[in-house]
Design a protein around this ligand. Structure first.
Ligand SMILES: Cc1cc2nc3c(=O)[nH]c(=O)nc-3n(C[C@H](O)[C@H](O)[C@H](O)COP(=O)(O)OP(=O)(O)OC[C@H]3O[C@@H](n4cnc5c(N)ncnc54)[C@H](O)[C@@H]3O)c2cc1C
Length: 1011
C-alpha cells in the first residue's frame, strides 16, 4: 500500500499524461469509432426519452449556476427538517424572491415545471407584496391562490425533489418495490440513508438499520440480485485517521460483522467511498476483511467503491491487482468518479496542502476513469461495477469489456434516459443504487445529488442544456489533453496571490503520522532570556513541567530587574539604525523566518504539545498562523513603508511616510505560544521598532526557541531582547522606561487594565494595543442543521480545552430545537477524547496549570444543571468538556477560560432582546450564527456589536489576512491582528514639506510650460 500513500498529491499534468499514454497504447482507433457511435446513439435516445420525471424537468430547468437553482438547493437543504411553521414561511419568503421565476413559465414546458415556477414566482411576489397581473395562461389559473396555499405548493415541490431520490421509506417496502415487474431489467443495491454519525447513538441506529437491511434482503427470492451499500462514516462518529486505534476496537468489528452477515445471508456488501482523507483508513479495514476467513470461494460478494477523481485511484487498483493475486481472493469493485469534489478542493485550500488529492480538470477525471477501467479489466479477481451516467464513459467501458462479465450501476432517480438505450441488449446488467429511509436522513445525500445534477461540468446537466452540441458532449476526454495547461484552480499554496499560503500537514497520511512520533529530542531543555543575541543565565531557575504530566522537561531562567534594565539598554543605541534599516531587507528577514518556522514544524509541534499541552492538530494550526503573520505583515509593511509624494501646489515637494517609533514592549499569552507571540513581535519589529518581547511564563521555552530562529533568519541581535520571567517585575521596568513607545498586549482584561493605568501615569502617551477575552455567544435558530451546529459547538467550545479567546462560551438555542440540540451535543461530547496532547488521537488536552484548573472547577460548582463527560485520568490538569444550562445571560459575568459551554434557551420572538443582552455583556469579540435565513442573519449582524462574526461555521481559528481578528469594549482596543490597520498603529506618520522653489526659484515650472 506504500505506493498508494505516496501518490495523494501527484502532479496532475504528469499523472494525466501517464494515463493518456497508457490508454492510447491500450486501445485502437477502430474501437474509437465504435465508442463514438454508441455514445451518439445513447444520447439521441435520451433526447427522445419520454418518461422523464417531474424532478428531472425541474432540476434541469433551474441550473445551479442560476439564482433560481441556488434557491432550490437552499430550500431543499433546509425546508423538510424545520420544525415550526413560522420558520418555514420565513425561509420561503427569504429565498423565493431571489429568483426570477417568470422566465421559466412557458407553454412548451412540462406542466409540473410550469406550476412550480408559477408557485415560486407568485410566492416571491406575495412576499414582496407586489402582486402583479400575470398574463400567462397557467399564471391565470393560480393567480387567485393565497400565500399559504402557494407556500404549501412550494413545500410539495421540494418534497417531490426529495422523493425523486428516495427509493422507499423502509427496507421491506424497498424490497417489495424492487421485485415489481417494471424493475425486471435491473438489480439493486440498497443504501440505508444517513451518513456521518455525530454521536454513538446515531451510529448504533445506523448499524441496526444495516443489519436489518441485510437480513431482509437475504430473505428475498433472489438474494444474489440484491446488495447493500454501506457508509463507514455512518457506523462511527469519529471515522478519522487519527482515531485508528479506537476504530480498530469500535468500527472494524462492525464492518466485519456486517460483511459476515452479508455472507451468511448471501447478500453482497459494498462500502461507499467517502472523502479523500478516509481512503487509507478504509483500505486498512478492507484489507483486514479480505484477509479474513469471510472472503473465500463461497463468498465473493464483498466490495468497495473507488473514486476515479482521486489521483490515487489508479494506484489503489494497481495494488489490488497484485494483492488479490497474492491472497487469491475475489471481490467486487464499484468504480465511481466521486461525489465530494467541491469539499476536497476547499479542504486542501484551508489546510494548506501541497496540492489537491483530486483532479482539477473534469476531463482529467474522465481520463482517470477510463485508465482505472483498464486496470480493472486486467484483474481477473475483481468483478467490475461501473457507476456512471456519462454516455461516453459507458460506451468506452462497454467496448472494452465486450468479452468480460461486468455490470453498470446507476443512481435511483437519475440516468434512466441514458440506460434505456442499453436495456434491449441481451447481456444488459445494471444495478440501481437505491436509497432507503426517511427525508430527515436524506438531506446530505440530496444536496450531493442536486450539485451533481446542476453542475455545469456534469454530463447529465449538459445533456439537458438547450441546443447542446452532441459531438462535443460525447467527445473523448483524450481529445482535450492539450487543455491540461489551462487551470483556473490555483494550488492551495497560491490562493492568496502574491502571498504564499502556509503549509499544512495532512494528518491522514501515513508518512506524516510516522513523522509525528516524538523521539525524545526535547529532554533536559533550557530556556534563557536573550540579550544581544546571547543566552542570559540568571539565579531564578524554575522547572519546566508539562501541564499533563509530572515529568520535568527542563529548566527556565527568569530575569531580575537588573537584567531587564540591561535588556532595555541593549536596544536603545540600535533603535535609530533599525528604523532606517531598509524595509526590503527587513522583509527578507521575516520571510526567511517564516520559512525557518515551517522547516522546523515537527520540533515546534513537540514543544507546543509538551510545554503548553496543545494537541498536535492545534500545534500545526499555531505554526501555520505564525507563518501567515510573517508573510502577511511583510507584504503590508512593504506597501506601508513606501514614501508617497502627495499632490500640492507647484514649487514644493510634499512627502508622507511611516517610520518606527522606538522601544516597544510585546507581552504574549501562553494559549498561542507561537502564533500570537510571533504575530505581535513581527508586527512591532517590521514597523521599525526595537522590541522587548515577554512571553507568558508558562511558554518560555517555545519563545526562546522561536527567537533563536528569528536571529538565525538574520534579525540584528540588538533589535530584540527576549525576557523570560515574572510579568509584573519585567513590566514595571519596561513600562516605566521613558523611551517606551508601544505596548502590544494579549492576555486577561485584568492585566490590560493594570497596564493601562500605569501608562496613564507616564509623561508621554505610549500606544497601547490590547487583545483580551470575550463572553462569546452562538445563536442558533430552528432552520439550522443540528448536526452541523453541534460539530461547530464542540469545535468552538472544547477544542484547545476552551483556552482560546474566541471560544464559544454561550450557546443560545431557539426553544423549538433546544432539547434536540442539547441531546445531540451531549452525544457528541461523549466522542471527545481527553488526554495526552502528544498523542495524535487526543482531541482535548489539559488546561494550562493548577490555578486555571481550580478556577474552572470552582465556576462549574456554582451551577446545578451540569453535564460532564467521564474522563479517567489520574494526573495532569484535565477538565472534562462541560455543558452548563443557564437561565439568563446575566448568570455569567466573566470569561471562563476552559472547556465549558453554557447553554441558554430563547424564543424566536425575543431575538432582538437576545442580541441586546449579548451586547450588554460588554465584550465584543466573536459571535456565531447558525441559520439558513438571510434576513435573520442580516438582522443579527446589523445589531451585534461584535468584532468577528461567523455564519454557519465554527467561530475559532481566524485566518491572518482573511478574518482579521479582534474585538470591542472589554475585548480589546483594536486594531485587528492580521488585518490591514494593525501595522499602522505601531509606527509614526511623518509628513515632509519642502519648498523646492526657495533656492533658485521654480525652475521646473518654467521649463514645463509651453508658449
Ligand atoms: C451506483 C452509484 C454509486 C455511487 N457511489 C458513490 C460512492 O460510493 N462515493 C462517491 O463519492 N460517489 C458515488 N457515486 C456518485 C458518483 O461519484 C457520481 O454519480 C459521479 O461522479 C457522476 O459521474 P458521471 O460519470 O455520471 O458524470 P460526469 O458528469 O461525467 O462526471 C462527474 C464527475 O466529474 C467530476 N468533476 C467535475 N468537475 C471537475 C473538475 N473541474 N475537475 C475534476 N473533476 C471534476 C465530478 O466531481 C464528478 O466526479 C455513486 C454513483 C452511482 C451511480
Amino acid at each position: 500500500m506504500q505506493n498508494i500513500f505516496k501518490n495523494k498529491y501527484l502532479d496532475q499534468k504528469k499523472l494525466v499524461k501517464d494515463h493518456f499514454y497508457y490508454l492510447v497504447s491500450n486501445f485502437s482507433e477502430l474501437n474509437q469509432k465504435q465508442i463514438d457511435n454508441l455514445s451518439i446513439n445513447i444520447v439521441k435516445n435520451a433526447q427522445s426519452y419520454k418518461a422523464g420525471s417531474p424532478f428531472s424537468k425541474l432540476i434541469h430547468e433551474f441550473s445551479l449556476t442560476s439564482n433560481e437553482g441556488i434557491v432550490l438547493m437552499c430550500l431543499a437543504e433546509a425546508l423538510l427538517r424545520i420544525p415550526d411553521a413560522k420558520t418555514i414561511n420565513d425561509l420561503i419568503e427569504d429565498k423565493i424572491p431571489i429568483g426570477d421565476w417568470k422566465k421559466y413559465i412557458k407553454n412548451d414546458k412540462d406542466l409540473f415545471v410550469n406550476i412550480s415556477s408559477i408557485a415560486f414566482l407568485l410566492t416571491g411576489k406575495i412576499v414582496e407584496e407586489k402582486v402583479e397581473e400575470n398574463k400567462n395562461i397557467l399564471g391565470k389559473v393560480v393567480k387567485n391562490l393565497s400565500g399559504p396555499i402557494l407556500r404549501n405548493a412550494i413545500k410539495q415541490a421540494i418534497n417531490i425533489l426529495a422523493k425523486q431520490f428516495v427509493f422507499e421509506r423502509d427496507i421491506k417496502k424497498a424490497i417489495d418495490f424492487s421485485n415489481e415487474k417494471k424493475h425486471d431489467k435491473y438489480t439493486f443495491s440498497f443504501d440505508m440513508l444517513g451518513e456521518a454519525a455525530v454521536t454513538y447513538e446515531d451510529s448504533d441506529r445506523y448499524y441496526k438499520q444495516y443489519e436489518q437491511a441485510i437480513i431482509e434482503t437475504g430473505k428475498g427470492k433472489n438474494p444474489h440480485k440484491k446488495s447493500i451499500s454501506i457508509k463507514l462514516s455512518s457506523l462511527h462518529p469519529r471515522y478519522e485517521r487519527n482515531k485508528l486505534d479506537l476504530l480498530k476496537k469500535e468500527l472494524f468489528p462492525k464492518a466485519y460483522k456486517l460483511t459476515e452477515l452479508g455472507r451468511d445471508n448471501n447478500v453482497d456488501i459494498c462500502f461507499d467511498a467517502e472523502e479523500a482523507d478516509r481512503l487509507n483508513l478504509s483500505l486498512f479495514i478492507f484489507k483486514e476483511i479480505i484477509e479474513s476467513k469471510l472472503i473465500d470461494e463461497k463468498y465473493q460478494g464483498f466490495g468497495f467503491a473507488v473514486q476515479a477523481y482521486q489521483k490515487r485511484a489508479f494506484f489503489v487498483l494497481d495494488w489490488l491487482k497484485k494483492y488479490l493475486n497474492e491472497v487469491n481472493k475475489k471481490i467486487n469493485i464499484r468504480l465511481v468518479k466521486g461525489a465530494y469534489w467541491d469539499t476536497e478542493i476547499k479542504i486542501a485550500q484551508e489546510q494548506g496542502f501541497t496540492d489537491y488529492p483530486v483532479f482539477t480538470k473534469k476531463f482529467a477525471t474522465d481520463i482517470s476513469y477510463l485508465a482505472c477501467a483498464h486496470k480493472l479489466y486486467e484483474n481477473e479477481n475483481i468483478f467490475s461495477q461501473f457507476a456512471t451516467h456519462n454516455a461516453h464513459s459507458i460506451s468506452y467501458i462497454k467496448t472494452l469489456f465486450k468479452d468480460r462479465d461486468f455490470e453498470f450501476q446507476k443512481l435511483h432517480g437519475m440516468g434512466d434516459e441514458i440506460y434505456s438505450y442499453l436495456e434491449k441488449d441481451d447481456n444488459f446488467k445494471c444495478r440501481v443504487y437505491a436509497p432507503v429511509g426517511g427525508y430527515k436522513d436524506l438531506l446530505p445525500y440530496l444536496v450531493r445529488r442536486l450539485l451533481e445534477n446542476g453542475a455545469n461540468t456534469s454530463f447529465i446537466h449538459q445533456l439537458k442544456t438547450k441546443d447542446f452540441d452532441i459531438l462535443k458532449l460525447v467527445q473523448s476526454p483524450l481529445a482535450k489533453i492539450d487543455k491540461l495547461d489551462e487551470d483556473k484552480i490555483k494550488k492551495p499554496i497560491e490562493i492568496y496571490g502574491d502571498r504564499k499560503n502556509s503549509k499544512g500537514l495532512d494528518l491522514s497520511e501515513e508518512d506524516v503520522v510516522d513523522s509525528l512520533k516524538f523521539n525524545g529530542k526535547f529532554k533536559d531543555i533550557k530556556a534563557y532570556s536573550l540579550i544581544n543575541g546571547e543566552d542570559v543565565k540568571s539565579d531564578e531557575v524554575i522547572d519546566i513541567k508539562s501541564p499533563h504530566s509530572s515529568i520535568t522537561l527542563g529548566k527556565k531562567y527568569f530575569v531580575d530587574e537588573k537584567i531587564s534594565e540591561a535588556a532595555i539598554e541593549s536596544l536603545k543605541e540600535y533603535s535609530s539604525k533599525w528604523k532606517k534599516f531598509p524595509i526590503e531587507k527587513k522583509v527578507e528577514i521575516f520571510l526567511k523566518f517564516a520559512d525557518l518556522i515551517e522547516e522546523n514544524t515537527n520540533d515546534i509541534i513537540e514543544i507546543c504539545a509538551k510545554e503548553s499541552g496543545k494537541s498536535i492538530k492545534n500545534s500545526i494550526a499555531e505554526i501555520r498562523e505564525a507563518v501567515d503573520f510573517c508573510r502577511y505583515y511583510s507584504k503590508e509593511a512593504l506597501n506601508l513603508f513606501q514614501t508617497q509624494t502627495l499632490k500640492g501646489p507647484t514649487g514644493e515637494l510634499n512627502q508622507y511616510r511611516m517610520i518606527g517609533k522606538g522601544l516597544s514592549f510585546v507581552i504574549s499569552p501562553w494559549n498561542f505560544p507561537v502564533a500570537i507571540f510571533v504575530g505581535q513581535t513581527v508586527a512591532a519589529l517590521i514597523t521599525g521598532n526595537v522590541v522587548i518581547t515577554k512571553p507568558a511564563e508558562q511558554s518560555s521555552f517555545a519563545a526562546y526557541y522561536i527567537i533563536k530562529l528569528l536571529l538565525k533568519a538574520g534579525l540584528p541581535n540588538n533589535a530584540i531582547a527576549l525576557l523570560l520571567g515574572d510579568g509584573a517585575l519585567i513590566g514595571k521596568k519596561v513600562i516605566n522606561d521613558k523611551k517606551l513607545k508601544n505596548v502590544i498586549f494579549t492576555g486577561s482584561l485584568e492585566t490590560a487594565k493594570i497596564i493601562q493605568s500605569t501608562l496613564q501615569q507616564k509623561e508621554n502617551i505610549p500606544t497601547f494595543v490590547a487583545e483580551t477575552g470575550g463572553l462569546n455567544c452562538m445563536i442558533v435558530d430552528t432552520s439550522a442543521l443540528t448536526e452541523h451546529v453541534v460539530k461547530d459547538v464542540v469545535n468552538s467550545g472544547f477544542d484547545s480545552a476552551g483556552q482560546r479567546c474566541s471560544a464559544c462560551r454561550i450557546l443560545c438555542v431557539e426553544e423549538n430545537v433546544y432539547d434536540h440540540t442539547k441531546h445531540t451535543l451531549i452525544g457528541a461530547m461523549k466522542t471527545q477524547q481527553v488526554g495526552n496532547p502528544e498523542e495524535l488521537s487526543t482531541d482535548i488536552g489539559p488546561v494550562i496549570d493548577t490555578e486555571a484548573f481550580e478556577n474552572i472547577n470552582n465556576h462549574i460548582k456554582k451551577f446545578d444543571k451540569v453535564f460532564q463527560i467521564d474522563i479517567n485520568l489520574n494526573q495532569g490538569n484535565f477538565v472534562p468538556p462541560t455543558l452548563i444550562e443557564i437561565e439568563k445571560l446575566s448568570d455569567l459575568k466573566n470569561e471562563v477560560f476552559g472547556p465549558v459551554v453554557h447553554m441558554l434557551k430563547y424564543k424566536a420572538s425575543n431575538l432582538d432582546q437576545l442580541i441586546e443582552d449579548i451586547n450588554d455583556l460588554g465584550f465584543g469579540l466573536t459571535l456565531g450564527i447558525h441559520s439558513r435565513i438571510d434576513k435573520t442573519i442580516d438582522r443579527i449582524v446589523e445589531k451585534a456589536e461584535i468584532g468577528n462574526i461567523y455564519i454557519n461555521r465554527n467561530m475559532i481559528g481566524a485566518v491572518v489576512g482573511v478574518q482579521p481578528f479582534g474585538g470591542y469594549e472589554k475585548s480589546g482596543t483594536g486594531p485587528k491582528a492580521g488585518g490591514p490597520e494593525y501595522l499602522k498603529r505601531l509606527c509614526h506618520e511623518q509628513s515632509i514639506s519642502n519648498n523646492t522653489a526657495s533656492m533658485g526659484g521654480n525652475a521646473s515650472l518654467l521649463s514645463e510650460v509651453e508658449d
